[in-house]
Design a protein around this ligand. Structure first.
Ligand SMILES: *[C@@H]1O[C@H](CO)[C@@H](O)[C@H](O)[C@H]1NC(C)=O
Ligand SMILES: *[C@@H]1O[C@H](CO)[C@@H](O)[C@H](O)[C@H]1NC(C)=O
Length: 628
């Protein structure tokens, strides 16, 4: 009966392993949060250790999508302006899409209508601000899709496509110029002579050619096109891909063009990640100069530090007069190409006639993030502050003119940046965006609180709760009232203002008062969104006072009693209260327990959406208005 002994000892060991894992889990999920509660200074460290999840999120009652629960590791009030545009995606992001945050990292606008997105920014066209983004299908290192322009009411008003048969807009660049044109990138799979690359690659090997186009936004006319394959030999690439180039399905991405900028003379400035260079191209397509990489033409006045950028992104002119450009120097592309301990934002000063380059400044993140892909650098022309998005790492930072790190916010746990569970191709800031959504604010009663939010509204300063004691017409009570019926009902009802609260985060919460039985009960609620001057911006729809709710709220209380009984639940409650600064009651209503974030997010949504974009684009586009 020797086998029984073996089984016994196996069970014994298994239980030991399980017990160890369980205790580690308990330490991670219970003990560390208690520590963080007792010693608040530890909470940043625990955030970065993933105690609250890879990408801690916040749930709302009046709105279905999740917002982030950012950790500001460093803060300075000079960062407290503007809106941050980012496109979260990755395994920890259940519903990817464009996301706008305020300067402190609170959700302002989010949408999951666009499928896979990238390069979400505010750009000006004909004197008006638009949100612009790429939307489409992602391939390994590029994308096939279109670019959308969205107006201040959050309606798509324009769709821009690449010009040419079987050519699609790629995710890396969509830049609107001052002259009403757009610069965009196109990745086109084609054949090339790859015999020089060796390993049996043929004269008809497969590559991704990187084109860029300048397109007139009004007419859609193609004004300029340039091809990397027509100008550079794939053999010069720094990228390694043992399988690339043999089959059409695995073309060699030899150049990887990832940014396009245009100067006042009409020259184009482009960045190639896989050639480690920035190139200037004349309006007739000639290469004027090359900075960095194998073909570098500049003498480095900073002992190699000005031209040794690798796998970089987002090269832009900051000051043409002074010859200063910025770029995001990744220094890494996957596990086999890791060339420096940290990524950096670089300011490089060029003397073009003399072909010299000098490193003016370079900025690293607080913990020296090494971002294996993506990333962006943006310099604000008036404050001279610099905003850096760390690409494959869920973080962004802001620096003052002298290069001091003023602010750094983590949207995900930094110990796990390596896993790229939350990434955003670029992260940018806008100081001019004003959102006035077409859709009204939304409110929902839960238990005896009323929650209100308005996705995308930037001008709301207060929420005002109004009640009515009138019976509304049955028409207004319907879930789907006839057009105008609700407005009519609202007009005929008398409303009392009973509470006003400042808007602090994405969602506001009112405690609903109980009406003494001697008074006439409330029949309806509504919330007004007010601006700074207390002017009414918009009302929510009527919210009926539902008697059924009282019953379910009794059940809720019982349920909550159960919830609160366990010590763990109590501890988590306290801890959550401390973290979110909200009341206990609203925590138990609004927050999903943190451990729920540990289960892998449902892949169903993402899979279902993957094939959608093109159908979706057509739908969205048919309904789009022309810009004014
Ligand atoms: C794109 O690639 C195809 C081959 O797959 C080629 O025929 C076509 O000319 C290319 N387009 C451009 C604009 O280079
Ligand atoms: C650059 O060249 C100009 C002449 O073209 C010369 O006057 C100037 O001193 C040079 N600058 C440097 C830094 O060498």
């Amino acid at each position: 009966m020797a086998w029984i002994k073996h089984v016994r000892s196996a069970i014994k060991w298994l239980s030991v392993v399980l017990a160890v894992l369980l205790s580690l889990f308990l330490v991670h999920q219970c003990f560390l949060p208690i520590l963080a509660f007792v010693f608040p200074s530890l909470s940043s460290a625990f955030f970065d250790l993933g105690v609250y999840g890879f990408y801690p999120t916040q749930q709302f009652i009046s709105f279905d999508l999740l917002g982030p629960q950012p950790k500001r590791l460093r803060w300075d009030d000079r960062c407290d302006k503007g809106y941050i545009m980012t496109t979260p995606n990755g395994p920890s992001v259940e519903r990817p899409g464009p996301m706008m945050l305020d300067a402190k990292g609170e959700l302002v606008w989010i949408s999951d209508d666009f499928g896979a997105t990238a390069n979400f920014k505010v750009q000006r066209y004909k004197g008006e601000d638009y949100l612009t983004l790429w939307s489409g299908e992602k391939a390994a290192t590029s994308g096939k899709g279109v670019y959308f322009m969205i107006d201040s009411t959050y309606q798509v008003v324009r769709m821009v496509s690449a010009v040419g048969e079987n050519l699609f807009g790629d995710l890396h660049e969509f830049k609107i110029t001052e002259h009403g044109t757009a610069l965009l990138s196109v990745y086109n799979t084609t054949t090339a002579d790859l015999r020089g690359m060796g390993r049996g690659r043929g004269a008809n090997g497969w590559i991704v050619d990187n084109l860029f186009q300048e397109v007139d936004l009004e007419t859609g006319e193609l004004l300029f096109q340039w091809s990397a394959a027509a100008n550079f030999d794939p053999v010069e690439t720094y990228m390694t891909n043992p399988f690339g180039g043999y089959w059409e399905s695995i073309p060699f991405d030899f150049y990887h063009l990832n940014s396009i900028d245009k100067d006042s003379l009409g020259n184009y400035l482009i960045s190639s990640r896989h050639f480690h260079h920035v190139t200037c191209i004349s309006p007739t397509g000639e290469i004027l100069w090359i900075l960095g990489g194998r073909d570098n033409q500049f003498k480095d006045l900073s002992d190699g530090k000005a031209t040794d950028f690798r796998w970089q992104h987002d090269a832009r002119w900051v000051s043409e007069e002074e010859g200063i450009l910025t770029l995001f120097d990744n220094q890494k592309a996957g596990p086999i190409h890791s060339d420096a301990p940290a990524s950096r934002a670089m300011f490089i000063k060029l003397d073009i006639p003399n072909r010299t380059a000098e490193l003016v400044q370079s900025f690293e993140s607080l913990q020296g993030i090494l971002a294996s892909s993506q990333g962006s650098v943006q310099v604000f022309s008036d404050s001279h502050q610099t905003f850096v998005g760390w690409g494959s790492a869920a973080a962004y930072s802001e620096y003052d003119q002298a290069g001091n790190l003023m602010c750094e916010t983590h949207l995900g746990a930094s110990w796990f940046y390596w896993f790229e569970r939350f990434k955003s191709y670029r992260t940018t800031k806008s100081f001019t965006w004003r959102g006035n959504p077409k859709n009204p604010p939304q409110a929902k009663i839960d238990d005896d609180s009323l929650f209100v939010s308005w996705n995308g509204a930037t001008e709301v300063a207060y929420w005002a709760l109004e009640v009515s004691r009138d019976e509304a017409s049955p028409e207004a009570e319907r879930d789907d009232p006839a057009p105008g019926a609700q407005t009519e009902a609202l007009r005929s009802q008398r409303w009392e203002n009973i509470d006003i609260i400042p808007k602090t985060g994405f969602e506001g919460a009112f405690d609903l008062p109980s009406v003494p039985s001697s008074e006439k009960p409330f029949t309806h609620y509504r919330v007004a969104a007010l601006d700074k001057e207390h002017a009414i911006l918009r009302y929510t729809e009527l919210i009926g006072y539902d008697d059924d709710d009282t019953e379910s709220s009794t059940l809720m209380i019982l349920f909550k009693l159960f919830l609160v009984i366990g010590i763990l639940a109590g501890v988590r409650l306290m801890f959550k209260f401390y973290r979110s600064g909200q009341s206990f009651r609203s925590w138990s209503n609004t927050q999903k327990p943190v451990w729920a974030d540990w289960s892998p997010p449902s892949t169903y949504v993402r899979r279902a959406r993957r094939s959608m974009p093109f159908e979706w684009i057509q739908m969205k586009w048919t309904g789009a208005r022309r810009p004014r």
